[in-house]
Design a protein around this ligand. Structure first.
Ligand code: GLN
Length: 541
């Protein structure tokens, strides 16, 4: 093998939701901080071709990459931590693997052979992993295997990892297993048995962990570490404790303290800087832990019970808060529950209101009332994707007097379709991956709030939608005070709208939250939080 790229396989045991994505992102951050070029790939064992067709309650947010892939939300963590962009290649699902294998079989690529899980499915998995390491772009590829060891659906992935250790050479690979060390209150102690069982299970399917990262609620003492090491065939230094942290952004620093990066560097013989450069990261953590002020921002959405549905928005608000030296407290507002009568009560006291993206009719009326409230009471308002579309509907109805204005998503025969389906989307309503996806250009109007925030007239942002502001209403909206201040140059599509005579009323057709990073918070979120702080100052004085 010509390539010198090294591979780290990260599996999880005992239970799901241990935060494997955060551990991968943290390790990636620590390696990157020492000058190692690193990327992270997520292997998802479900049969959907991508998460794009899944309900947010099922899967949380769908993260969209620059190249328009609809991916797992862990890719969002990878980007936010590492500060680099991922792509289609960084997320692979069982559905995608099978789809490609079956297409190849149909085209005769297997020359009449019986197509089987081993070797054909495992070969396809391996080729996906190796494709990230095939150029000079990365020194290390961290491969996160989704699910829990022992799941039937994860077996082909573990088998592929087992084979890869042989294919690329054992010294070029590392196996990290994340487990749980539960604290039993009644016994007053940490229990190692689940970890022992989990390691036994992964041994049975052929992969030996080199490092164990043990999630625990309380510190893991030397005795427990020794026991884990002894029963799980690793050195005591390779038992890494990952104690619950207040913020996910502290995890890289905790892993640094535990020496996870050092163990990885020594085992993979990586050539890199002696010390990680983490100054800005540390400053960020200090800022989020010691805010000077707190502001309350209402997040109006219909999936608020499932916080992961809006995870990139939540994180982008935290980044922007740290940049503004304040804590952003999110007040979750279920759009379903907002009525004309209770809107003022539900939203009073908030320093800003964000109306979230979404699909379908449920909760729309509540969103419209919230927007009207923010517009009339001059509360900073940020509408993202569907939130922007709702802002247009609200303005058309209540300011332009088009009482029946609507989106054709909710009312196909609306007499005033101010939001309408794009012509090229009409044929492809049924299938996955057919929306306007990924990065598109946007030209910003001089003197707009957007220009002030971005400090630029040309930007690129990520999209995921089918509907658009209907250009035949643009003039009417503008003459009443709602302007398209960002436009896609190629297709003349409104990307940003702003309402005049308002402290901060901005709607965006794209998803700025997907591009906010710890080291580079998103300019629109920074500006939105600034506007909220201003409102707070004015109300206090
Ligand atoms: N449902 C809207 C559309 O498809 C908005 C999508 C979104 O908010 N991501 O255009």
């Amino acid at each position: 093998m010509a390539s010198t790229t090294k591979y780290i396989f990260v599996t999880g045991g005992v239970t799901s939701s241990l935060g494997k994505g955060i551990i991968c992102a943290s390790l990636g951050k620590l390696l990157e901080a020492r000058g190692v070029k690193v990327t992270i790939q997520k292997l998802d064992p479900y049969i959907n071709v991508d998460p794009g067709t899944m309900n947010p309650y099922e899967h949380g947010e769908v993260f969209v990459t620059d190249d328009g892939a609809e991916t797992d939300l862990d890719l969002g963590h990878y980007e936010r931590f590492l500060g680099v962009n991922t792509s289609q290649k960084n997320n692979v699902t069982t559905g995608r693997i099978y789809y490609d294998v079956i297409m190849k079989e149909r085209s005769g690529a297997y020359l009449g052979k019986t197509v089987q899980v081993v070797p054909h499915i495992t070969d396809e998995i391996k080729s996906r992993v190796l494709s990230l390491g095939s150029g000079d772009e990365f020194d290390v590829v961290i491969v996160e295997v989704g699910g829990t060891v022992g799941d039937i659906e994860g077996l082909p992935y573990i088998e592929a990892m087992r084979q890869l250790r042989f294919d690329v050479g054992r010294k070029n690979t590392l196996s990290i297993h994340l487990t749980l060390v539960p604290y039993l209150k009644a016994a007053g102690e940490l229990k190692t048995k689940p970890t022992q069982h989990s390691v036994k299970t992964i041994y049975e399917i052929g992969l030996q962990p080199d490092i164990l990262v043990c999630r625990a609620e309380v510190p893991i003492d030397k005795g427990i570490r020794r026991k884990i090491a002894q029963f799980c065939n690793v050195d005591i230094e390779d038992v890494i404790a990952s104690i619950d942290a207040e913020s996910i952004y502290e995890v890289p620093l905790l892993m640094l303290e535990e020496g996870l990066d050092k163990r990885v560097i020594s085992k993979l013989e990586l050539v890199c800087k002696d010390k990680p450069e983490l100054k800005r990261w540390q400053q960020f953590v200090v800022a989020i832990k010691n805010p000077k002020r707190t502001i309350q921002i209402g997040l109006v959405g219909k999936y608020v019970e499932h916080r992961d549905a809006y995870i990139s928005i939540v994180e982008a608000l935290q980044h922007a808060g740290a940049e503004n030296k304040c804590r952003v407290e999110i007040v979750w507002v279920q759009s379903d529950e907002i009525t004309e009568e209770n809107v003022a009560k539900k939203l009073s006291g908030l320093h800003a209101i964000l109306v979230a993206p979404g699909f379908g009719h449920r909760g729309i009326l509540g969103k419209l009332y919230s927007i009207e409230y923010a517009r009339l009471n001059k509360i900073p308002f940020f509408g993202i994707c569907l939130g922007m579309q709702c802002a247009v509907i609200e303005f058309a109805r209540n300011v332009c007097g088009l009482k029946e204005a609507n989106s054709t998503e909710f009312e196909p025969d609306s007499p005033h379709p101010v939001i309408d389906i794009m012509p090229d989307q009409k044929q492809s309503m049924e299938t996955g991956g057919t929306m306007r996806l990924g990065l598109y250009d946007c030209e910003i109007k001089k003197g707009s709030k957007a220009e002030k925030a971005y400090k630029s007239l040309e930007i690129k942002e990520r999209h995921r939608h089918r509907f658009e502001l209907n250009n035949s209403y643009r003039e009417q909206l503008a003459s009443a005070g709602m302007h398209a201040t960002g436009v896609n140059p190629g297709r003349n599509l409104a990307e940003i709208i702003e309402v005049e005579d308002h402290p901060w009323f901005v709607g965006v057709q794209f998803h700025p939250e997907l591009k906010s990073k710890v080291i580079q918070p998103h300019p629109l979120f920074i500006s939105f939080v600034e506007a909220a702080l201003k409102i707070q100052t004015e109300t206090v004085n």
